[in-house]
Design a protein around this ligand. Sequence first.
Ligand SMILES: C[C@H](O)[C@H](O)[C@@H](O)C(=O)CO
Ligand SMILES: [Mn+2]
Length: 427
Amino acid sequence: MVKSANIEAAYRLAQERYESLGVDVDKVIERLQKVAISLHCWQGDDVAGFEDNGSELGSGLAVTGNYPGRARTADELRQDLQTAYSLIPGNHRLNLHACYGEFHGQVDRDEIGVAHFEGWIQWAKGQGISLDFNPTFFAHEKASDGFTLSHQDAGVRKFWIDHGIACRHIAAEMGKTQGNPCINNFWVPDGYKDTPADRKSPRERLAASLDQIFAEPVNQDHTLDAVECKLFGIGSESYVVGSHEFYLGYAISRQKLLCLDAGHFHPTEVISDKISSVLMYVPEVLLHVSRGVRWDSDHVVTFSDELQAIAHEIVRGKHLDRVHIGLDFFDASINRIAAWAIGTRNVVKALLMAMLEPTDSLQQFERDGDYTSRLAMMEELKSMPFAAVWDYYCQTTGVPVGAEWLDKVRQYESSTLSSRTSQTASA
Ligand SMILES: C[C@H](O)[C@H](O)[C@@H](O)C(=O)CO
Ligand SMILES: [Mn+2]
């Protein structure tokens, strides 16, 4: 265990270094504390959800690994989430998928309502956590041929439109209860494995279906609609109906939020460079911070160059009030609570690093055409003692410092997760 006085002493030295560059570290910490990251519920149970419809995950989503201790009920998932939140500095949000309702029997996707999420709403209220939401357009027999909102069959489209409408009502109620907008994100898996003969018609149908879902005006203080693009998925390698260009155009023309998932583009394409461009034309952006590795778009977020670039871009552009930061990864090969802790702590850490930057000075170098100083300072900043500020931030917010969080995960593993031996709990 690191001595608390040493953390404090290291912080004071770091503070002096940053203040010599004109950075007010106490103010940075105050600012960082206000940033809420939306943790995704689906890391806790391998995107299984709590329906009893017998459908496989599918739709291009795949979770690999069989680490013991997956949450099998809403209560278990909530308990795991509370453990994860206790390891992460700051107050964060929860991003729920529609298939995580508490249904108590068969309820089809077009029949879901607020009542099925009452348990989550009450729990969130008790924890002081705000909720975000997502319709679930996968893991269902009516999605098994790869198409939902852009399906050729009007009956199938209608079913999914009704699901989208139901989800908007649920999201609006969540936002009303919590007193801030619940971001409702639409990701639709539709696409073809092989080269389509008609790329146009499914896109026309998807736009028309979304228009029907969004036809009813909703109070934007309660919920905001977001749309998420994707380049390809397993089984939709050649064509995804909701491509980047499709949703960029859709979001601009309908003034919706655009969701940029870090794993949904070509491997050398980065979302950090897209934020300032799209914010010129869409009201707000939702990020799914993730990490693509070869075919997979959903590895646990590490402290990568791109994560740092995303954080710098948000902070340098003063975009924090227009960028909602969500996470999207799922790994069943490691402890699932550790996955949340690693990914979320990294995002907060990257934001701290970005906020500790003397951005005004860098931008002045740039305006002066002094690119030498700009590059020199950017490189020097990488070895400034931001880790001392991070440790102090963890200590003063009452969460474990350094790798101590891992001991807490191990304790929880032996006290709680190890008894989850069967696939289904008797809840
Ligand atoms: C489970 C989520 O809806 C999903 O990850 C989506 O956001 C996505 O990124 C699909 O590839
Ligand atoms: Mn995503």
